[in-house]
Design a protein around this ligand. Structure first.
Ligand code: TYD
Length: 136
């Protein structure tokens, strides 16, 4: 049986030159393990606020701190892992079936999310007990 994928940090190319840095990705480049159908970004998060607090039945996501820093806490059905994202050239891949929260946003931070599907509220699990039941 195929082993379920795990959340993990993926590094993207960074092109340095005297004008600054540039990072990119595109479908099929072999870095992000899904085709991107949607992007959204979270910003102006007040100090102390938590985002996320849900799981996805089908959605693959890749989160990048395009500015500032924040923490991502992920339960993959087996264990919790905590990451601090603070680099625009490194992001966190989160496969379907993981519960996640985002917190500790530094002022002016921006979380960009690349997603494998269009927005569909029916594919979210927003209740933690329901999420735990979905694992068994
Ligand atoms: P929500 O899922 O609560 O944000 P978080 O990532 O912090 O859990 O989304 C906030 C609102 O935005 C909610 O009404 C759904 C809506 N939304 C869209 O309409 N399209 C999207 O692509 C996303 C991610 C959210």
């Amino acid at each position: 049986m195929e082993k379920p994928d795990k959340p993990r940090i993926i590094e993207l190319p960074r092109i340095y030159d005297p004008r600054g840095s540039l990072t990119f990705t595109e479908n099929g480049d072999g870095r992000i393990p899904f085709d991107i159908q949607r992007a959204y970004w979270i910003y102006d998060v007040p100090a102390g606020e938590t985002r996320g607090g849900h799981s996805h039945k089908l959605l693959h996501q890749f989160l990048i701190a395009v500015n500032g820093s924040f923490n991502v806490n992920v339960y993959d059905g087996t264990e919790w892992t905590h990451w601090m994202l603070n680099m625009p050239c490194k992001g966190l891949y989160i496969p379907p079936g993981c519960w996640r929260t985002l917190d500790s946003f530094a002022s002016r931070s921006v979380c960009m999310a690349l997603a494998s599907l269009p927005y569909d509220e029916d594919e979210y699990i927003r209740d933690y007990d329901e999420y735990l039941r979905s694992l068994s």
